[in-house]
Design a protein around this ligand. Structure first.
Ligand SMILES: Nc1ncnc2c1ncn2[C@@H]1O[C@H](COP(=O)(O)OP(=O)(O)OP(=O)(O)O)[C@@H](O)[C@H]1O
Ligand SMILES: O=P(O)(O)OC[C@@]1(O)O[C@H](CO)[C@@H](O)[C@@H]1O
Length: 313
């Protein structure tokens, strides 16, 4: 079973405008609401790919019921811990004239000690040998920065695989427990290395180092520039696909879903990277935080495959 963890889910409210001006009254041309948060997005994309998953995390307030209803409609299993605080709403502003994508993310509910204890009990009870656990996204107040490290350790003790998509101290700490797969973007990897920006060669070197540490798949996403996959078999670089971008939200999550799908299908590195790259491109072509479909991804696979090169350095 695939288990996705979303510690801080969000209702993503996408507002599309033709020109957004600060300090003025702005009129929305198109709007949509999608249940989100990185782990939930991975579950949504996996469902589109025909793969079931179980979503775990925290939900509270008036949005709790909305999330549970939506997950049920989508056919995604869930075991969320109810919390006293309220699940957040994140605003995503798309300016079609300037071509900008702006995220305004709320902090989310403060998690009480007993709520975290209940989550850990549920997590320990749920994860079993052979599972693939996805730990993805930020956490709200009340959750220790070592949380993904602990969840990785528990999953590995039980014989499950772990995929991690987190940033800052959450990422740094979790690396100590050696997750099986990680998907930082180039900015997150730079932050980890204490740098402002990384050249392509520096990304390759850093990814190789993580593989040498025992992380079997390191996928570094680079937005429109594409991505780089490091495994024990070497380095593959994928150039980005030129597509019409409607929303960049959830592009990274679609890549994570593609990695998990590739693990389930037993794909090698080249097929995995093509799938991830096609999924990222399909995601940005999709409105708001709506999940891309397998058909949309497959229609981009050939082009994605042609843009993959092996690093010979
Ligand atoms: N402007 C773009 N044009 C084409 N493809 C894109 C663009 N932006 C992102 N992608 C695709 O999506 C993938 C993931 O993008 P990115 O590196 O921005 O992930 P991320 O920062 O983790 O995203 P998020 O956190 O918003 O989910 C890229 O590797 C690429 O395949
Ligand atoms: O605050 P976090 O957890 O870092 O990011 C949350 C978020 O921006 O990530 C998803 C897209 O990847 C959205 O659904 C959600 O709003």
């Amino acid at each position: 079973m695939v288990i996705t963890v979303t510690m801080n889910p969000a209702m993503d409210k996408t507002l599309v405008l033709d020109g957004f001006t600060l300090g003025e009254v702005n009129r929305v041309v198109l709007g949509r609401n999608d249940i989100g948060g990185k782990g939930i997005n991975v579950s949504k994309v996996l469902k589109e790919f025909g793969e079931d998953s179980l979503a775990l995390g925290f939900l509270g307030g008036i949005l709790e019921e909305v999330f549970l209803k939506e997950l049920k409609t989508m056919g995604i299993g869930q075991r969320f811990v109810p919390v006293k605080g309220s699940t957040r709403t994140n605003i995503k502003v798309v300016d079609r004239v300037k071509g900008t994508f702006t995220d305004i993310n709320e902090p989310g509910p403060v998690i009480q000690e007993e709520e975290l204890t209940e989550f850990l009990r549920l997590y320990r009870e749920t994860v079993t040998s052979g599972d693939v656990v996805v730990l993805s996204g930020g956490v709200s107040e009340g959750i220790p920065v070592k949380i993904y490290r602990l969840l990785t350790e528990i999953a590995k003790e039980k014989g499950a695989l772990v995929a991690l998509d987190a940033e800052g101290e959450l990422f740094r700490e979790a690396l100590e427990a050696k997750p099986d797969m990680v998907k930082p973007n180039d900015r997150e990897l730079a932050l980890y290395l204490g740098k402002e920006h990384l050249t392509e060669d520096e990304i390759v070197d850093a990814a190789k180092e993580l593989v040498a540490k025992g992380i079997s798949k390191v996928l570094v996403s680079r937005g429109e520039k594409g991505s780089i996959l490091a495994t024990a078999e070497g380095i593959l670089k994928a150039e980005g696909l030129k597509v019409l971008v409607k929303s960049t939200v959830g592009a990274g999550d679609s890549m994570v879903a593609a990695i998990i799908y590739s693990v389930l299908k037993g794909y090698g590195p080249r097929e995995t990277l093509a799938m991830a790259q096609a999924a990222g491109a399909a995601a940005v072509m999709t409105e708001g935080t709506k999940a891309c479909t397998l058909q949309e991804v497959e229609s981009l696979l050939q082009a994605a495959t042609e843009k993959i090169k092996e690093e010979k350095r």
